[in-house]
Design a protein around this ligand. Structure first.
Ligand code: UD1
Length: 447
């Protein structure tokens, strides 16, 4: 039993039951129905970042004992990660109403990630580094393909091999083991976030100095580094993108507050922008999303940033202009905000070009926007958008977490009703984001 709501306890697998306790509907919905809702107004708070908390939860396996995390979002992926940690033998208590998670890793009895969990959440691969570092082995079900691209894990594996890990495919499992990890100079051909995190975690308990060259330095990686340092790890970051890790004998359990979700922040700003409204996000960290904020300004929206970069206010222009950008690793424009930004550009005056450089197949939402009346053409990895006067509500399909959000944002501005299927994607990435939008004046029904 692991999830505590009020004084009731639920197993992580009881997700279906949990939803009715926490979200704005009684049964698992098939549609998100969005009515045109112009001029969203107000202030909302953010919750912890999904992309930071998943790896942070995995990293707790590095130390024996009980750790406590604050600001943990109650989303389906987090519940999946709870289920995975329990599968390995951790004792987990999750208090979603408080956004607190306690993980006791004293009795880890298994190093195996079953296919049932890996298929639901590819981030499960992030337990590999911690398991190899603490127990010398990790058996993970082979990750399947994914709708936003092939998403291989070759950078992880190639560099684990350099650290002395032997890898063998056995049926549907990848079996990795190493009597003792070796320090090494690791080089990433591309600054993969997952590979950087996995190798970094493995190196914390590896004797000697490990370097990760061309590492990803997204704010979520920096949050992981902060947590690992609190656990006792010795890590330094050198410009432009090298992480150096001096292995230690052991790490200790930790108490940590997860960083705010910059992707939730970006989505809320876009919801206000597309509806011609205004919004204040007192918890948003502007430095985590500078390029994105500059693009909003370039569209004509007024952006005000609070003292020390804390807090962002957006006041939307009534005549948004087209802008062009390429997605890129941090500090570039985040690929996870590409689809939500495209929603806003469908209604901007002029021609925008989006160059998707991170994933090779991340334009599946384009077809859905076209159904709503958007004018978009795709040429290879570029989408060309000609702004239209209006979008129209219709039935559309979400194909991944961020496209679900993009379609909700488009639905807020579209005439009539937009019915979005693929609601499980929305549940994976956000803690009741629909409630925050409704608080701003959005008309959303889950049914
Ligand atoms: C993370 C985020 C995801 C985001 C993505 C890119 C989490 C849980 N997920 O995913 O939301 O969309 O970063 O910002 O944090 N690649 C390889 N080989 C590898 C690893 C990656 O070719 O071994 C490629 C991928 O296919 C992709 C690119 O590198 O084209 C970036 O992937 P990566 O940064 O690893 O993404 P994730 O960590 O999976």
């Amino acid at each position: 039993m692991s999830i505590v709501i009020g004084n009731k306890q639920f197993a992580a697998q009881e997700w279906q039951t949990l939803q009715s306790h926490f979200f704005s509907h009684d049964v698992d919905p098939e549609f998100i129905c969005v009515e045109q809702s112009l001029d969203l107004q107000g202030e909302v708070s953010l919750v912890g970042a999904k992309n930071a908390v998943l790896v942070i939860m995995a990293s707790l396996l590095l130390a024996e004992g009980k750790s406590v995390l604050h600001n943990v979002p109650f989303s389906a992926d987090v519940v999946q990660m709870v289920a995975l940690l329990e599968e390995l033998g951790a004792q987990v208590m999750f208090y979603p109403e408080l956004n607190v998670l306690e993980v006791d890793t004293t009795n880890i009895g298994s190093c195996q990630v079953p296919p049932s969990i890996m298929k639901k959440m590819r981030a499960s691969v992030l337990v590999m580094g911690p398991l190899l570092a603490r127990f010398g082995k990790a058996d993970i079900a082979l990750p399947g393909g994914c709708l936003i691209g092939a998403r291989p894990i070759d950078f992880h594996l190639k560099n684990f091999a350099k650290m002395g890990v032997s890898l063998e495919v056995d049926g549907e499992f990848l079996r990795a083991h190493a009597a003792q990890l070796k320090c090494a100079n690791l080089i990433l051909e591309y600054p993969s976030i997952g590979a950087t995190e996995n190798l970094l975690m493995a190196a914390t308990l590896t004797q000697g100095k490990t370097r990760i060259v061309n590492a990803a330095l997204e704010p979520e990686v920096i949050d992981l580094i902060a947590l690992l340092r609190s656990m006792g790890a010795r890590i330094t970051v050198h410009a432009p993108a090298t992480i150096e890790i001096e292995g230690v004998e052991q790490l200790r359990p930790v108490e940590h507050t997860v960083m705010m979700d910059r992707l939730e922040a970006g989505s809320l700003l876009l919801a206000a922008a597309i509806t011609g409204g205004s919004i204040r996000l007192p918890h948003a960290v502007a430095t985590d999303m500078e390029v994105f904020l500059l693009k909003l300004q370039e569209m004509g929206h007024e952006i005000e940033i609070g003292v020390n970069g804390r807090g962002v206010t957006l006041c939307a222009t009534k005549q948004p202009q087209a802008v062009s950008f390429a997605t890129a690793p941090y500090p570039g424009f985040p690929t996870d905000l590409q689809a939500p930004m495209m929603a806003a550009l469908c209604l901007a005056q002029g021609k925008s070009v989006i160059h998707e450089t991170v994933f090779e197949n991340r334009f599946l939402h384009v077809r859905e926007f076209q159904k709503m009346g958007a004018q978009i053409s795709i040429e290879g990895d570029r989408a060309k958008i000609t702004g239209v006067e209006e979008l129209y509500g219709t039935s559309v399909i979400a194909t991944d977490i961020r496209s679900s959000c993009a379609l909700v944002i488009a639905g807020l501005a579209a005439k009539g009703t937009t019915a979005i299927t693929g609601v499980h994607h929305w549940r994976r990435g956000y803690q009741a984001l629909e409630k925050k939008l409704m608080h701003l004046g959005a008309k959303i029904v889950m049914n």
